[in-house]
Design a protein around this ligand. Structure first.
Ligand SMILES: [Cu+2]
Length: 117
């Protein structure tokens, strides 16, 4: 008599949602959605890729002592910031699900991708 039974494995979904990178330097102004803090330092974003819930507001904080300039393109969005001085934070809310490309208008090698779901 054989009673082989495969143990069932509970699989947990990967932790998604709020991703915090760097230090928040501004108060949270959004009530819905999360916040993703990205810093710009040494001509690079603090991360190359991020995955967040749609509705997340991204805080781009310039920690270099020279200016940057943010451009974010993605579903329904083509955002271009003004010249972003040292110490300034630019906030961009990603409303739609999809993939957003982030670039610096001054430093072409500065780029990152943010996926929303
Ligand atoms: Cu730049």
């Amino acid at each position: 008599m054989s009673s082989t039974r495969t143990p069932s494995r509970m699989s947990r979904p990967a932790l998604t949602g709020l991703v915090l990178i760097g230090t928040l330097t501004v108060p949270l102004l959004c009530s819905a959605g999360g916040v993703l803090a990205v810093t710009q330092k040494s001509r690079a974003f603090s991360t190359r890729e991020a995955n967040v819930t749609r509705g997340t507001t991204v805080h781009f904080g310039n920690e270099d002592d020279y200016p940057h300039q943010i451009r974010v393109t993605g579903p329904g969005l083509d955002f271009e910031s003004d010249l972003q001085a040292s110490g300034e934070v630019v906030n961009v809310t990603l409303v739609a699900p999809g993939v957003y490309e982030v670039r610096c208008g001054i430093h072409p090698r500065m780029r990152m991708t943010i996926s929303t779901h």
